[in-house]
Design a protein around this ligand. Structure first.
Ligand SMILES: [Zn+2]
Length: 393
């Protein structure tokens, strides 16, 4: 149950029940396609006549197609319902400190094209660059109708669209969402990258339907944590929930960009690993990437082996704390670290086995970098607008 928020509620209208049933039917088609009207009625428990009215409307609106003949042993052959994946183009933007990627996807988050450009040092310049890249990408796909844009970024945007926290971008508090909407002339949804990854795991991860508690951990310059509990993102007061990367483990530890010391990300992020390698005999940290340290570890470099092992232990300790405190079904790891999971994964499994309560059922999975989880997360921000449950009361 949810307590009704008397500052933000939706009255039921004569349309409410129809809207809810329509979304349920649309999601059955998405999940079990191809299926017939009869299958849909059987699976959902909706009356055949209700199913027909809803499906006719979804076909009219272009969300569903009914075509290919199904297999029936005899008699009337049922026609199959499919999601019309080409109906809507969605622009996803993965904003990272060095590079921004914009991709055009269908509603199944399959990319039709993408382009990258260097991320500008100011949000104003970034908006101009993004608008140019958007025009370029849309020109290459003139038949695709774009309905919206999702942006994932290493930072936080509050309820009003203002950028409130982005230490790894170094941008001040601008009205970010509105700035991007003006630049690209589309509705825009902005979300923290880790939150967007958690959402993508809910909508596109290969999990059983009952999975509703997902934590995403993005390991890059820093560490981001996206919390999706009870099937919904947790934003917290001021949209600041999930900053486990800045939970201090040692007040006398190394300084952090947030201005304090000993934060989790100062031990378990890519940059922490690179700095540790440089300080323990591996030469200069300038320009060195964590993937190279992992490669040196595979080649037998003792300092590199120790560095990756240290990163893995610190990552695992934090993951064990998240699993114990939040009891998610899944913790999804995103970032370069998944490319050397053969080194990190066994350490994570060992430490989780040692530290978790016997009742804990959390699985840790490394996401596939080829699936571009941050970019897919940005697309999911728009997908959920079309397929998510309508807000009731
Ligand atoms: Zn910090």
């Amino acid at each position: 149950m949810r307590k009704i928020d008397l500052t933000n509620f939706h009255l039921a209208t004569s349309e409410t029940a129809r809207q809810i049933n329509r979304r349920i039917a649309l999601n059955f088609v998405r999940r079990y396609q191809p299926l017939s009207r009869a299958d849909l009625a059987r699976r959902s428990g909706l009356q055949r006549s209700t199913v027909s009215a809803i499906i006719d409307q979804l076909i009219d609106e272009g969300w569903v197609t009914e075509g290919a003949v199904g297999h029936a042993p005899r008699g009337r052959r049922p026609r199959s319902l499919h999601l019309n994946v080409e109906r809507t183009g969605i622009l996803g933007v993965e904003l990272r400190p060095e590079t921004t990627t914009i991709g055009l996807a269908d509603v199944e988050a399959r990319f039709l094209g993408q382009v990258s450009f260097p991320t500008a040092s100011s949000p104003e310049r970034f908006a101009v660059d993004l608008a140019e890249a958007t025009v370029e990408l849309r020109r290459e796909h003139p038949t695709v109708l774009c309905e919206g844009m999702g942006v994932s970024l290493p930072g936080r945007v509050d309820d009003t669209g203002r950028l409130v926290f982005a230490p790894n971008l170094g941008w001040g508090p601008v009205q970010f969402t509105q700035m991007i909407e003006r630049a690209v002339s589309l509705p825009v949804n902005v979300e923290n990258a880790a939150n967007a990854c958690a959402l993508a795991e809910l909508w596109f991860g290969r999990h059983p339907e009952h999975v509703r508690h997902i934590v995403a951990v993005t390991v890059s310059e820093g560490i981001g944590v996206g919390l999706l509990l009870n099937g919904q993102l947790v934003h917290g007061a001021g949209s600041m929930a999930g900053e486990f990367g800045h939970v201090s483990l040692d007040e006398a530890g190394p300084p952090c960009r947030c201005g304090r010391r000993g934060c989790w990300e100062r031990y378990a992020s890519n940059s922490a690993a690179v700095q540790h390698y440089a300080a323990t005999g591996g030469g200069g940290a300038q320009g060195l990437r964590v993937e190279e340290v992992a490669r040196l570890a595979d080649a037998g470099d003792a300092a590199a082996i120790a560095t990756i092992d240290r990163m893995a232990r610190h990552l695992a300790t934090g993951l064990a704390n998240l699993a114990t405190g939040l009891a998610p079904d899944v913790i999804a790891i995103v970032g370069e670290v998944t490319g050397f999971w053969h080194r990190v994964g066994p350490v994570v499994d060992r430490i989780m086995a040692e530290r978790l309560l016997p009742q804990a059922a959390t699985r840790v999975i490394a996401t596939d970098p080829a699936a571009q989880p941050r970019l897919r997360g940005a697309v999911t921000l728009v997908v959920q607008q079309h397929f998510g449950a309508p807000m009731v009361a």
